[in-house]
Design a protein around this ligand. Structure first.
Ligand SMILES: [Zn+2]
Length: 322
């Protein structure tokens, strides 16, 4: 089977794949003042998540072999709960606007300072970017979008705050919305669907940010946003909030592990029109859900299944059966 796998990995070209989830970190340093670098991996077809390891082997091998890969289905048993009060978070306002870039694989805001302290470790905010639909599943349920705030420590460890983004029921307001994770919801209306508190107001930060999307519809482009106030987001993430935390990986190549994930219970929201604008630019950029931490890599499992099926098919032919 190993030989088969190696052959599979080598069939794709060894194009260098860039890591949007790790952009701005030691894994993929940002070029100051340089052109916007466009990712070589993708989400569909021969450059999609099934082929990430082959796009740049051995650098991306963990995408196909790692056993603590992200995203995952956030169900009981795969995470521990962290109170917002156990986390220290600051994010600097950007009164002169922020650089907003289209990396081809996501759209990303370059941070202008911010810190995360959790379990006596300190991380610095590098950037935040977006996935559509959500990469993590909330108890089996996909959400409209997910924001990833990427932090790096002086020891080159990575922590990511993941925040689900839902479709708003009403236009933006200045009050923060603190809907709960489905786990805390009192009742389910339909099997597999989560109830949420309503009404859900659009988040001013996202409404402001995404008005700049039409300026970066093409990969490799950059624009300057309107002034961004980050205080309401910090309040939303800390006050009365909980995080589902686990040790996983980058959700993009090279799929490095040891990433500390904090998936927020509190959510953000965008109006239907803003969601449509984001969908027009992002298209689809979510990696498929990985096995629970510690279980075999899903691609390895699939390769074993394929090998077994091939042997059985061969045996069937040899035996004269079709
Ligand atoms: Zn990401």
């Amino acid at each position: 089977m190993r030989g088969t796998l190696r052959a599979l990995f080598l069939t794709a070209s060894a194009t260098r794949a860039f890591a949007s989830c790790a952009h701005g970190t030691f894994l993929h340093p940002r070029e100051e003042g340089g052109a916007v670098e466009v990712g070589k991996f993708g989400y569909i077809g021969s450059i999609g998540p099934l082929h990430w390891a082959a796009l740049d082997s051995p650098a991306n091998n963990l995408c196909a072999t790692g056993t603590r890969q992200s995203p995952i289905n956030m169900v009981d048993g795969v995470f521990t709960v962290l109170q917002g009060s156990d986390v220290q978070l600051t994010v600097n306002d950007m009164p002169n606007g922020a650089d907003f870039e289209n990396l081809g694989t996501t759209v990303e805001v370059v941070a202008q300072g911010g810190t995360l302290k959790v379990a006596d470790k300190q991380f610095e905010l590098q950037q935040f970017h977006f996935h559509l639909p959500s990469e993590h599943l909330d108890n089996g349920t996909s959400q409209a979008m997910e924001m990833h705030m990427v932090f790096q420590s002086a020891q080159k460890e990575i922590a990511v705050i993941g925040v689900y983004i839902n479709i708003a029921d009403q236009p933006s307001s200045n009050t923060t919305t603190t809907t709960s994770l489905s786990k805390a919801a009192p009742k389910r209306s339909l099997p597999g669907l989560t109830r949420r508190e309503s009404p859900l107001a659009a988040t001013p930060l996202l409404e402001t940010l995404f008005t700049s999307l039409p300026a970066i519809t093409n990969p490799g482009t950059r624009t300057k946003t309107a002034p961004l106030a980050m205080g309401p987001l910090v309040d939303l993430l800390l006050k009365g909030n909980t995080f589902q935390t686990y040790s996983g990986s980058l959700t993009t190549p090279p799929c490095s592990e040891g990433v500390r994930w904090l998936v927020s219970g509190a959510r953000l929201a965008v109006t239907p029109a803003t969601f449509a604008r984001a969908r027009d630019v992002l298209g689809f950029n979510a990696r498929f859900v990985q096995n629970a931490p510690g279980e075999p890599n899903a691609l390895m499992q699939a390769a074993v299944g394929t090998a077994v099926a091939a042997v059985e098919a061969g045996a069937g032919l040899a035996g004269g059966r079709v």
